[in-house]
Structure formats: structure tokens, C-alpha cells
Write a protein that binds this ligand. Sequence first.
Ligand SMILES: Nc1ncnc2c1ncn2[C@@H]1O[C@H](COP(=O)(O)OP(=O)(O)OP(=O)(O)O)[C@@H](O)[C@H]1O
Ligand SMILES: [Mg+2]
Length: 464
Amino acid sequence: MSSMGEFFMGLGTLMGSIMFVYTMIQQFVPQHVSDYLSAYIYRIMEFANPYMEIRFDEFTGGGDWLKLSKAYTAVEAYLGPKSSKLAKRLKARIVKGDKNLAFSMDDYEEIVEDFEGVQIRWSLGMTVSKTKSFSRYPSATEERQHLTLKFHRRHREMVTTSYLNHVIREGKERLASMIENRHIRLYSNNANEYKLWSHVEFEHPVTFDHLAMDPAKKQEIIDDLLTFSKGRDYYLKIGKPWKRGYLLYGPPGTGKSSMIASMAKLLNYDIYDLELTAVTCNSELKHLLHNTSNKSITVIEDVDCSLDLTNKREKKKKEEDKDKEEEESDEDSKVTLSGLLNVIDGLWSACSKERIFVFTTNYVEKLDPALIRRGRMDKHIEMSFCSYEGFKVFAKIYLDLESHELFDTIRHLIHEVKVSPADVAENLMPKSIESDSQVCLQNLIKALEKIKEDEKLKAEEEEE
Ligand SMILES: Nc1ncnc2c1ncn2[C@@H]1O[C@H](COP(=O)(O)OP(=O)(O)OP(=O)(O)O)[C@@H](O)[C@H]1O
Ligand SMILES: [Mg+2]
């Protein structure tokens, strides 16, 4: 064994000397001779080098369509605990919700692990590329990491099969448990250079318990969501992709956004807040949706305002007769209704699992029926003005009250007026440190009476 080691050490010294001599010669020979020599020297080096390398890049794809590599993510997760034990230089960071620091390998650090008696080296490298001139930060550099696996080539078969299978399997298991324990993420598609999502940790405190709405309706939605999340086998059995669409409609301030936050909390799903107006074309939309993860909620808020999705199909038919060519180029340049329908339930959507789509709108009647038909938006949920039941939820949460002598007055008033839950919540909040629940309820009564008065005046004006 030691003679083998000595042999390779000697070989290493020899190669070093050849490189030194070659560098000297290079300065005195013409370019074409130097190129010729380089090719030969490279071959000799390859022949003499007993090690092989496999590289895992952080991103795959190229140009504007970069994608976080799944293999890299799995390897990184696999190496996490090993790095803290084996690496000499570590990076430390605080992970929210975890009391211990998280460690990973520092840049250009290397760790060596033993797998079934075979020595395997992992190193973390970095490629630095200048961002393109149209970047928001002209001189900024873009750093991308890669992990390199190095081993003796006589173990090629074992490393490329059983070792790497083991790495990916363990990495994926670790990722799954990390996702289960980590905070929910809120992704948004700001128009960055690589057309990818950026995220923050989702800190919204609202849950279904805070939602003021009819308790039976609330329970029905909770049951629907839980049935969906446990429905893997059922969806397989009925031959449908495991996804569900919810349309939330109703006036402003009735809890549509709060409902989305509660859904994500209930299921522990990430939220992808898709800003359609920032998407330039159908293929970019497809790219973004391809890069969402399973167990997630993709949200398009105010879908009626995001695009002209209202009667696009009818327009399209007319335009088709007019000028076909013009329409084709138009299709390429922006997101269209058919582009959106295609990403929601085109063939590719069947490749993902456990996906929820939520659209919100204040004007359900404006939307193209194709967009909201069952199968696309499976459940239509009307978020409406505050009812007495809704008020009772607020009274319990905001004031710790289950009953009060003023409740009866509020019950009568709330039936008579159209008041949003947001307005009720605002009026119930104490406005000074001295305000007790009596004062808060009286404030609400005043506000409701004012709304009633205004509604009456408006009706009279309209009649006139
Ligand atoms: N049903 C509700 N239950 C509890 N709180 C509510 C409800 N509706 C509104 N609120 C309160 O009002 C605020 C605004 O609500 P939210 O943003 O969810 O309304 P929205 O329906 O999404 O409005 P918009 O149509 O303007 O987007 C919330 O922060 C919340 O405090
Ligand atoms: Mg909203």
C-alpha cells in the first residue's frame, strides 16, 4: 500500500516538473506549436492522474432560465451534518426556529469521508461571473457554488452507483425533515435577471381560528383542505393530478388574503405569490410554475386586474379571422388566458404533486368562465360582509367576550348594514389604554349606525 502511495507521490512530482518545463518552453515557441504541446501534455496528465471528479452545480440551465439543481440541494443536505464534524473551516448561521447554530462547509473547504473503505473527498468551489449589463447592479458579481466529488478511478462503478444513490437518498430524507420543521416560505416573482423566485420567511400570525366567518363554512373549508392533503391515493385511484383550485371572491376587506395565510398555516405549505403583471410571456410563466415546489399554494391575487383575462377568448376568436399572423406574435409577447389555463391544468401540471392554486377577485362576474370552471377552480368560496357570527369571533379574540348586554344591539345593526370584517375589526380595537370592552363595543355601534345612516342617504339619493 505504501509503495503504491510512493508511486503516486513520485508521479505527482514528475507531473509538476513537466508542467514547469512546459511553461518555460511555452514562452519561446510559436502559438501553434504551444497548442499542439498543450493537447499532448493534457493527455499525459489525464493518463497519469488516478483520480476522477464529479461536479454538482448549484444551478442548472443557462442564460435567463437558471434553475436550482435538485442534485446539488440533495448533496448539500447530505453533507450538512458531515461538514460540522469533518470540516476545519465552517460557515455558521442562525436558522429561525432552531436553537442551535447551523454549520456548513466554508468556500473552497474540503472534507474527506470513508464509504465502505473507499476514501471520498468533497470540496466546495465557487464560480464568479459578471452579471449582464442590464442588471440592476451593473458592477455586481454573481457567485455560484459547486460541490465536487473526487475519488480514485478504480472505484468508479461503486461511487457512481451505490455511493451516490446513498448520498441522494439520505440528502432527500434530510431535506424532507428540514422542510417539515422549517418555517413556511413566501415566494414572489420579482423581475430579477434569472426569472426565479425570491423568498422570505412567512411570519403572518393569522390562522383559521382568527377568521371571522360562519363556523360551518369555515369547518367545511378546513375539511376540504385536509381531505385534499391526505388524498394522494384517492387522486391516483380516480386518475386526476393531485391539485386543487380555490376561487376566493368578495368585496375588499372580507378576509381573502387572510384565508390564504390560514390555508398555508394549516397545511404547512409554502406560498408562491404570483404577480402576473411582472411576467412577460407565457413561456416565462411556465418556467416560473415549473420552479414551484410540491406542497405549495400558488396564489394570483386580484386575478381580474392582473391581466385582461376577462373576455380574451372571445376577442381571440374575432382576431383570428382578422389577422392570424399579428395574433401569433402577440401571443409570444405577453401572458394570455390560454397560457394561464395551460399552466394550471395543462399536461405538465400532472407532473407535480400536492399543489393548490388560489385566485382572488373582488369581481367574480368579470372573469372568463373558462378560468373558474370546476376542475380548474374546484371550490368557489364567497367571502362576504360581516355577519353576527363573524362579529362574535372578533369579540372573543379582540375583547375576550362571549356575551355582553350590547351584543343584541350589534346583532340587529349588523344584519341591516353591509360592513366588511376589516371595518368591524378596526372599530373593535381599543383606541386608548383606558378603553375597556364596553367602550370598544360602543365604538362599533357608533360606526354601524353611521354606515346605516349613509346607506339610507345613498338609497334616497338613488331613488330621487
Ligand atoms: N373574515 C375575516 N376574519 C378576520 N379578520 C378579517 C377578516 N376579513 C378581514 N379581516 C381583517 O381585515 C384585514 C384585511 O383583510 P384581508 O386583507 O384578508 O382582506 P381581503 O379580502 O384580502 O381584501 P382585498 O380584497 O382588499 O385584498 C386583515 O388584516 C384582517 O385583520
Ligand atoms: Mg387581499
